[in-house]
Ligand binder design. Structure first.
Ligand code: SAH
Ligand code: SF4
Ligand code: F3S
Length: 477
């Protein structure tokens, strides 16, 4: 990964995708559409977090501008883009296995183009693997050069040569990126890219480069436009939103940005993720407490409840600091929903360290947890430490889940009898008799109603029954 760790000047260059390249690809696709009577289609498959989902919406946007229709069936596609994740081994295995399956599609249709992008291929060893073991993959590029996608595609179309782009452009902040959003009422808005924290287990800083932020005026303009076109739920994205604009001379920070967005007129909810406990400030909590539109939800990854493990993880906070933030949040915003991420079985985690994590779960009583078994990532410091046997990791993971399920069930039961605001997502996928939606705290609520009419609308639901993973209730007028 040496090419990614090189020191670079911290210049922020704003960049859009190359319009000339987009036009040239579109001309090729227009000719194909004229000749065959069918417009070429692009299929975009996404692994990983919201940041990748947001990137994929820009990939789809560039595809549209390049004259593709966007399809959800790979068999019909002239172009397949796989946007990969590298956070755990399982994520990489899934992506490689899917890419492997596309070999058959290419055999049937030799003119099919296959591109692989995202976090996994920002690693040199994965690019090499694709180059040598996946000969039907046509082009590959990492997350920091998303705006170069049209140029790489055009080059492949013109020259026929495979392209494995090793560029890292983590001084660039792309603006004016075309976008095709998945939803008409929930939207992602990236406010910053990259991460400087180098938590010892994590691959993200290596694959997404150094932190860089978008300007407040660009973000405010984007959110205004979303609200005006009917978006109801807007999530600001960054690996560590609390360090937004850090190191700049702009004179504002994340809390100021949030306050500016909260001042926008309209019927909408603002969310943000993710916050790092080391930078969660009283100013931010204050802005949330006073906010009109800001969801009363804080996702604050704790990772471990053991001070010794937090130190080895390079997290820069301890139990006491974490508990102090939780106390302040609950004092200022009594109905706050708290969620967190936990890693089980980090190298050197003793039984006592793990008990310390369970103890924190009992003390804080999170509404929901995203828990993960530690996965060693090549090139990170923790991968060099003495590892915990998988069976110990697995047994601890099960104990953690059992405890959290109990807590979540109790917390949900406490909501019975309350009337909560819910953004309706349409008919429930599990039971078509119900509409499904989410509360401000992102809890799933099922209720009877006209799914078609209510999709994308805020409704009030009186909760009458609680299950560990969902609440049930009836619509209130
Ligand atoms: N930037 C965010 C998280 C990004 S990754 C933050 O700092 O909170 C999402 C979650 O994946 C992390 O919070 C962590 O719990 C988990 N994770 C990251 N690297 C991991 C690894 N190597 N093994 C297991 N889980 C990991
Ligand atoms: Fe990874 Fe830590 Fe950065 Fe989050 S803050 S992306 S866990 S290095
Ligand atoms: Fe996200 Fe996975 Fe990359 S979690 S930042 S897509 S490594």
């Amino acid at each position: 990964m040496s090419e990614m760790q090189e020191k670079k000047p911290r210049v922020r260059t704003e960049m859009s995708p190359d319009g000339d390249m987009i036009r040239r690809v579109r001309e090729i696709n227009d000719r194909a559409a004229d000749e065959t009577g069918v417009r070429p289609a692009a299929f975009v498959l996404t692994f990983g977090c919201q940041q990748n989902e947001a990137d994929s919406e820009h990939i789809a946007g560039m595809c549209r501008d390049m004259g593709y229709t966007v399809t959800d069936t790979p068999e019909q596609a002239a172009l397949i883009m796989v946007n990969t994740c590298a956070i755990r081994e399982h994520a990489e295995k899934k992506a490689l296995s899917i890419v492997g399956q596309y070999k058959h599609l290419k055999a049937k249709n030799p003119s099919l183009l296959i591109g692989v992008c995202g976090c996994m291929v920002a690693q040199e060893h994965r690019r090499e693997q694709l180059k040598h073991s996946y000969p039907y993959v046509d082009f590959v590029f990492g997350t920091t050069v998303l705006h170069q996608f049209p140029a790489l595609l055009y080059d492949k179309m013109q020259s026929g040569r495979r392209r494995f782009c090793a560029d890292v452009a983590d001084h660039v902040v792309p603006e004016n990126m075309p976008v095709v959003r998945e939803s008409g009422y929930r939207a992602w808005v990236s406010i910053m890219y990259g991460c400087n924290n180098f938590c010892s287990y994590c691959i993200v800083p290596y694959v997404r480069g150094r932190e860089r932020s978008r300007r407040r005026e660009e973000i405010v303009a984007e959110v205004k436009e979303l609200v005006n076109s009917g978006y109801r739920d807007i999530t600001l994205l960054g690996q560590n939103v609390n360090s937004y604009a850090k190191g700049s001379d702009w004179g504002y920070d994340f809390a100021d940005l949030l306050a500016a967005l909260d001042a926008i007129e309209g019927d909408f909810t603002l969310r943000f993720m993710t916050s790092h406990p080391k930078d969660a400030s009283s100013h931010l909590i204050d802005v949330m407490a006073r906010g009109k539109h800001i969801a009363h939800h804080f996702h604050l990854p704790m990772q471990s409840g053991s001070d010794a493990i937090l130190k080895k993880m390079n997290r820069h906070y301890d139990r006491a600091r974490y508990l102090a933030i939780v106390k302040e949040l609950r004092e200022r915003i009594p109905d706050i929903t708290l969620t967190s991420d936990i890693i089980v079985g980090f190298p050197g985690e003793s039984e006592q360290d793990f008990e310390d994590t369970l103890d924190m779960l009992r003390t804080v009583r999170f509404d929901m947890l995203y828990s993960f078994i530690y996965s060693a990532r090549k090139g990170t410091p923790a991968a060099e430490m003495v590892q915990i046997p998988p069976e110990v990791q697995g047994a601890r993971f099960d104990r953690l889940l059992a405890l959290q399920n109990e807590i979540a069930a109790e917390k949900n039961i406490a909501l019975v009898g309350q009337t909560v605001r819910v953004l309706c997502d349409g008919a429930s996928k599990n039971d078509e008799n119900y509409c499904s939606g989410r509360t401000d705290g992102n809890k799933i609520v099922l209720f009877h109603g006209d799914a078609k009419a209510l999709t994308g609308q805020f409704v009030w639901v009186k909760i009458d029954r609680a299950e560990p993973f969902a609440l049930y209730g009836e619509l209130r007028k």
